[in-house]
Design a protein around this ligand. Structure first.
Ligand code: AMP
Length: 283
């Protein structure tokens, strides 16, 4: 596996592969890799000839007071894991090249970012769309992959690619979970053992909602109340949002009459964790 640390070098390499007719694939990450990231690499490997994984903790998607400074990092381990999962190039752009002095251009996807995480993290999706667009311009991938754990992020990227006519295939990948059901996340590292035990409630609450819907329940408020009940707010557990949305537009819905996204964000200790599930109404 080759490591590329400069933007010009990355652009040159991409130009070279393209002129040889090779297909480039990209997995953008913020590092501190876990099985969720590695699954994305394995899933997209077969879609191209060169697999680039980028590692960059993007300051533009963190708001004031969020965890940019203390976001977990372990580059040596990441390089080892990325190589094992089939990454050909790990791209680690320097901060000063990504956001040089005088930087002032941002990509704003408006409607699908208005709900869910967009409400509590106002600059988040602008930061995500901007960095992903920059990575697309530098790495020039033919295909890129994003996890459904960050469902709103995936919808935002798809919308950006469509609206800006980017010629890039976007793949989604199902949520990868720990054996007890907790969605894998670099931020799980923030949890104490006791908080880690409480964190399984996120997935459990989604499962409880799914059972209700499979049993014929369609009333949004009743389903959301069930989720809130299983999450059981208290010491260490505080709900940011629990919401039902149309999975395409991400507009809120009050009844489950077709495939519906149930999404939640919950603070467990200092960690803000997200999870989601698509609910299918019973026939
Ligand atoms: P991050 O490093 O958190 O920015 O995530 C990089 C990519 O990995 C994003 O496309 C995430 O959606 C994806 N990802 C992170 N955790 C998971 C997971 N548990 N399952 C599937 N994809 C994930």
């Amino acid at each position: 596996m080759r490591i590329i640390e400069g933007i010009p070098e990355m652009q040159q390499a991409a130009e070279g592969w393209r002129s040889e007719g090779k297909r480039i694939t990209l997995v953008p990450t913020m590092g501190y890799l876990h099985e969720g990231h590695l699954e994305l690499m394995r899933a997209i490997r077969g879609h191209g000839d060169v697999l680039v994984t980028s590692i960059f903790v993007n300051p533009a998607q963190f708001g004031p007071g969020e965890d940019f400074e203390r976001y977990p990092r372990n580059l040596e381990r990441d390089l080892h894991l990325a190589a094992e999962a089939g990454t050909d190039i790990t791209f680690i752009p320097p901060m000063k090249e990504m956001y040089p002095e005088g930087y002032q251009t941002y990509v704003n996807v408006t409607e699908v970012t208005a709900s869910l995480c967009g409400r509590s993290r106002p600059v988040f999706f602008r930061g995500v769309a901007t960095i992903v667009n920059k990575l697309f311009n530098i790495v020039r991938p033919h295909a890129s992959i994003f996890g459904e754990k960050d469902f709103q992020q995936l919808v935002t990227i798809r919308t950006m690619v469509r609206d800006l006519n980017l010629d890039i295939e976007i793949l989604g990948h199902p949520i990868v979970r720990e054996t007890d059901g907790l969605a894998m996340s670099s931020r799980n590292a923030y949890l104490t053992p006791e908080q880690r035990r409480k964190a399984v409630r996120l997935n459990r609450s989604l499962t409880a909602a799914q059972a209700l819907v499979e049993g014929g329940e369609k009333t949004g408020e009743l389903i959301l109340n069930k989720v809130r009940e299983v999450l059981a707010e208290g010491d260490d557990v505080r709900i940011d949002y629990v919401q039902l949305c149309d999975p395409q537009t991400l507009r809120e819905v009050t009844r489950v009459t077709g495939p519906t996204l149930l999404a939640l964000a919950v603070h467990v200790g200092v960690a803000r964790l997200i999870d989601n599930r698509i609910l299918y109404p019973s026939a």
